[in-house]
Design a protein around this ligand. Structure first.
Ligand code: URA
Length: 203
């Protein structure tokens, strides 16, 4: 069985933390196994819990619009969350729940090996930009262990706040050039052309 499918099988029956008790369905993630860009949100909301798919409610609608604004389709990227089961009442995930779920996220990143990981919101950001504040670092990238991390506001937060909405829209526009840059820097260096010595006969 492909590694991602195997991981999904584990997640949908996972009992590692108490979120399992109240979920309708676990939400492992979805998208291409060879996606170049991986988006990581916080945790499933009501719609996601019902459908077992990430970002399918209003925040997901907005994420789809953001993707379309840079010519990307959902099917081309990979989308998941820090915790795979809905925290009751959409409360924030607890540190222990994030910890229990972390191994799934690590396996997902190892399988997919994205060029760029986009963190959506504070909880996802905290995993890769520890100690940083989202209001300061949104729209900025950081390179590490073969991946470029890019921090964005959470689409749900940006849905109802005009200033955040503009910020997330602008930040999204930085994604294609950032991806292109990761490809350029990964390309093998072309040997520099030595200036050719003129021979006596050409002078
Ligand atoms: N918010 C999230 O963080 N993830 C989802 O999947 C949906 C809403």
């Amino acid at each position: 069985m492909p590694a991602l499918a195997e991981l999904y099988q584990e997640v949908i029956v996972c009992q590692r933390c108490d979120l399992a008790k109240q979920r309708t369905r676990a939400v492992p993630g979805e998208g291409r196994e060879d996606a170049e860009i991986m988006f990581i949100g916080e945790g499933p909301g009501w719609h996601e819990d019902q459908q077992g798919r990430p970002f399918v409610g209003p925040a997901g609608q907005f994420l789809n619009e953001l993707l379309a604004s840079v010519g990307l389709k959902r099917e081309e990227v990979y989308i998941t969350n820090v915790v795979k089961c809905r925290p009751p009442g959409n409360r924030d995930p607890l540190p222990s729940e994030i910890q229990s779920c972390r191994e799934y996220l690590e396996r997902q990143t190892r399988i997919i090996r994205p060029r760029v990981i986009v963190t959506l919101g504070r909880y996802s950001m905290a995993l890769f930009f520890p100690g940083k504040s989202i209001s300061k670092i949104h729209g900025t990238a950081q390179k590490g262990d073969g991946v470029t991390y890019f921090a964005m506001y959470h689409p749900a937060a940006a849905l109802h706040q005009q200033s955040l909405r503009q910020a997330i829209q602008q930040d999204m526009l930085k994604l294609p050039p950032l991806l292109a840059e990761t490809k350029r820097s990964a390309a093998p260096e072309q040997p520099e052309q030595q200036p050719r010595q003129l021979t006596m006969f050409e002078i």
